[in-house]
Design a protein around this ligand. Structure first.
Ligand code: AMP
Length: 414
């Protein structure tokens, strides 16, 4: 028997309505902020991701699903959304259409991670990017959009952490300083962190290892070494968040796993998630568009996992709307089945969701099925009903019923 690949999941018919509801809600919120959807291919040239996400990151170093296709080109299933969006932005000259491009995406991402609770190999993200503005207002629009999504779904125990990771001027200086500090305790750090000291020292601060955490506890933080420009920007972001009543904490150790961030970095976490507690992450990436061959374009964005949002909603017993047939048309005898079959199709083309029996079941079994399908109404059709042109319209939710003309079914159900 075939099984799905480790770390992948089917979204079964019983769950898909929940996904559709979540996606509808997301689209609605994106629309309110005037972000338009972009749909990029799920695979791209491998070098696009290597170049943008960074050769030394976990994603590029060990998690990408890459393969050589039949024309010997190295292809990768997208591990995240931003690189593809920016590739498309440059390729399609989106900057010429308007000075600020605001887009969102929803779709599957692929990373070969060790499968565990909250970590899948095919998972789904939604995210937004605003390309073309250096202002702190843009950072805060992106952050408030992300926060609004969780508020809209009624989440309470989530936290917004923000940091500034500096820019190409102040970050290298800070990195050197941090490197010196880390080298002093290098032999005591975890092997993973030891490897990072040279190339990616800021990631050491972000280590989950308890011993690493202790050793780096008092080390200098980037926020103390920002240059004037980054510092002013960071202060403005904080002030705007306060103005908008968005609670946050500054976490000087927040660096995020991707290389392309400059200035603002943020994460939304939830204690309801366990060890994989990140709901969403994002930040400003002023250098990425140029790095990928476009004109310098200051940009900011975020990405968030749908499975993790779903997990919380389900734990919270969120009341998802469950789609159900409006009407179950049941046959009391075999002679009425043809009439029912035709009538059901007429009603469906009038926009009414109708279910009928396709398994030649008894009336009792049909009524059971109507309940199982959670139909709102049922009508039983037999010889008498067809002769009189009337029937009982039964409300299956409150068990009331009334006599109606069969020709009035549409009217009664609308
Ligand atoms: P990242 O692109 O790594 O910053 O991830 C952004 C968000 O995507 C995270 O906060 C998670 O909610 C989600 N996410 C990332 N990796 C996975 C994964 N392997 N499985 C499920 N969700 C993930």
């Amino acid at each position: 028997m075939y099984k799905s690949i480790k770390g992948t999941k089917d979204i079964l018919p019983a769950e898909s309505a929940r996904w559709q509801f979540v996606e509808r809600t997301l689209r609605d919120i994106f629309h309110r902020y005037n972000y338009k959807e972009i749909r990029t291919p799920i695979f791209e040239q491998t070098s696009l991701f290597a170049r943008s996400i960074g050769e030394l990151t976990d994603i590029v170093g060990k998690e990408m699903y890459s393969f050589t296709d039949r024309s010997e080109e190295s292809i990768t299933l997208r591990p995240e959304g931003t690189a593809s969006v920016i590739r498309s932005f440059i390729q399609n000259n989106l900057d010429q259409i308007q000075p600020l491009t605001k887009v969102f995406y929803i779709g599957p991402m692929f990373r070969q991670e060790r499968p565990q609770a909250g970590r899948l190999r095919q998972f789904h993200q939604f995210g937004a990017e605003a390309a073309g503005s250096p202002t702190a207002e843009t950072d805060v629009e992106i952050i408030s959009l992300a926060v609004e999504i969780y508020r809209k779904f009624g989440l309470k125990n989530f936290q917004l952490k923000i940091n500034s990771v500096g820019d190409e001027d102040c970050r290298p200086r800070y990195k050197e300083l941090l490197k010196k500090e880390l080298l002093k305790v290098a032999d005591k750090l975890s092997p993973e962190s030891q490897k990072r000291i040279e190339q990616n020292p800021m990631r050491v601060l972000d280590s989950k290892d308890e011993r690493d955490k202790e050793l780096t506890a008092g080390m200098p933080l980037i926020t103390e070494y920002l240059n004037e420009e980054c510092s002013v920007h960071f202060e403005r972001v904080k002030a705007l968040l306060s103005t908008c009543n968005i609670p946050f904490v500054v976490d000087g150790k927040l660096v995020r796993g991707l290389d392309y961030y400059t200035k603002t970095a943020f994460e939304i976490t939830s204690t309801a998630l366990g060890s994989q507690d990140a709901l969403a992450g994002g930040g400003r990436y002023d250098l990425l568009v140029k790095e990928l061959g476009g004109k310098p374009t200051p940009s900011v964005g975020f990405a968030a996992g749908i499975e993790r949002l779903m997990m919380i909603l389900e734990n919270n017993h969120f009341e998802f709307p469950e789609p159900a047939p409006a009407l179950f048309l049941a046959a009391a005898d075999d002679d009425s089945r043809e009439w029912i079959f035709k009538r059901a199709n007429e009603l469906r083309s009038q926009g009414i969701a109708v279910e009928i029996d396709l398994l030649a079941r008894s009336l009792k079994a049909q009524m059971k099925e109507a309940d199982r399908q959670n139909a709102e109404f049922s009508v039983v059709i037999g010889k008498t009903e067809l002769q009189n042109g009337t029937a009982q319209l039964k409300n299956l939710r409150n068990h009331s019923q009334k006599q109606i003309l069969l020709s009035d079914l549409e009217k009664e159900l609308q």
